[in-house]
Each structure stands twice: as C-alpha cells, then as structure tokens.
Design a protein around this ligand. Structure first.
Ligand SMILES: [Zn+2]
Length: 267
C-alpha cells in the first residue's frame, strides 16, 4: 500500500505568466509517525530541536508576500520538517554538511547530539521524500520556463540570531537579512533588486554570510541561465521570538519587502 496522509509538499499556483517561485523548504515541524520512530530524541528534546532548526513562520511570510503582489508568484512549500529530509542538501558526497551529520538525512542535532543512529540507511527517506520533492521542484521550474521563458527561484529562509553549534561558517557577519547567491544563477540585477527591497525595511542586508548559495534543481544547476535564483535568509529576531516563538510585527514588513522584490523581478 502506498503511504497515505497529507501531502509532504505543495505547489501553490501563481499567475500563469509569473516567472517567480517562492521556495519555502524549512517552515514546517511535521514529522510522519513512521519517520519519528527513527529519531532517538524524546518528545521534549525533539520539540526543542524543532524550535532551533525550523524557519518558523516563513510559509506565512511567503503567503503574505504573494497576497501583496499584483502578479501572484508561485509557491513551493515543504509541509514536512527538515528533520525528515532536508531538500536543499546535495544527496551525495558534494554536501559539506555531511561532515557534521547534517546531509540530506540528519544523524546529528544542531548541538551535535545524536538525532538518528549513525548506521541509519538514508535511502528509504531519500526515495520516499527527497527525490519526489526534487522532481516536483524540477517540474515547477520547467513549467515556468515553458510558460514564461525564464524562472526565478527565491528561497525563503530564516536563521537564528545566535549561531548554533552545527554552523560551519558561524563566525561571519549575521545581518538582519542575508542574501545567498550563486555565481552562475544570481544575476546582478536580481541581487540589486533584493538589496533595494529589503534595505527599505531592515538596517542592513549582507551577502553570503552566515549562509551562502541558493537552491536550483540539479537538472538546471550550472547549465541553464534562464533559471535565476537567490536565497533570502532573514535573521529571526527581526520578526519572531526565539527560539520557536510567535511572530511579531516585523513579519508584515518583511512580507511587504518580499512582495517588492517579486514585483521588481516580474517586471
Ligand atoms: Zn532554512
């Protein structure tokens, strides 16, 4: 029998002629019961870990931004926690986070403690969750290319104000908004539009610190210049109580900035 239950991710349609996909990979806390059984934390420790690792309220931020935009962007939203699989990691040895037990299937927590037994075989989770997600995201980009001739993936994340022990580049600057770029897929105009949009609502936007890069489906990665991409990493103190608390008024300001960015790149 195929697994049942709510979808593990959703593509929420935008305007037929919008090139923009707001990608929200880390907003959810949901972990299917069967996957939960493979995690060694007790319920209290798991909730604490979810508080640290989840980009809380970012799905709402993307939804708010979409509502404020004349030409509605598409939204691709992960409905499961990144503790199930992290769709943004490379599924193989290219992934630098494997060194700290946080490749596509994490075996360590943000504080370096065991999350899954080290001998856990990642393959069933990759087959059930990672690859279908990657394929659906590839298809979503292909649809934008077919409809509009280009695609703009805006990756919507948030990050903790204080570095967590797992961070490999935790000593660098932690601006209110960090823009993650890729040398091939982030054209200067896209970066400039993001600096302008977010610069209007926060004191400072930074570049590629503490997190760098941006998500592009592997089929297009490094080869198709019609796919542009940018990662937006919002420092959590600008819009929520950390860790894992409610959103505050900053969320509305940031949603309006994201809407301005979408409008700017839609042309
Ligand atoms: Zn994230």
């Amino acid at each position: 029998m195929p697994p049942t239950g709510p979808p593990s991710f959703e593509l929420l349609p935008g305007a037929p002629n919008s090139p923009v996909i707001l990608h929200v990979p880390h907003a959810a806390r949901e972990i299917p019961a069967q996957v939960r059984q493979g995690i060694v934390l007790d319920d209290t420790a798991l909730e604490r870990e979810l508080d640290h690792i989840t980009d809380s309220h970012t799905a709402r931020l993307a939804e708010d931004a979409a509502r404020r935009t004349a030409l509605t962007p598409w939204r691709f939203v992960n409905r499961l926690s990144r503790l199930v699989v992290d769709p943004e990691r490379f599924p193989d040895e290219r992934e630098e986070m494997r060194a700290v037990g946080m490749g596509a299937v994490y075996t360590r927590t943000t504080h370096g403690e065991p999350l899954r037994p080290v001998q856990t075989d990642p393959e069933p989770l990759l087959a059930r969750y990672f690859r279908p997600y990657a394929q659906a995201m590839t298809d979503a980009v292909a649809d934008r290319l077919a409809a509009v001739g280009r695609a703009v993936v805006v990756d919507v994340h948030s990050y903790p104000t204080e570095p967590l022990p797992y961070e490999l580049h935790g000593t660098g600057p932690r601006p209110p908004v960090c823009l993650g770029t890729d040398p091939f897929h982030t054209p200067p105009e896209l970066l400039a539009a993001a600096r302008e949009a977010f610069g209007a609502v926060v004191e400072e936007t930074g570049l590629d610190s503490p997190f760098s890069g941006t998500y592009v489906p592997l089929e297009y990665y490094g080869t198709d210049p019609r796919v542009s991409a940018l990662m937006v990493e919002i420092r959590r103190d600008t819009y929520m109580t950390e860790p894992g608390g409610p959103a505050g008024p900053g969320l509305t300001r940031l949603a309006s900035a994201l809407a301005s960015l979408v409008t700017a790149v839609t042309g």
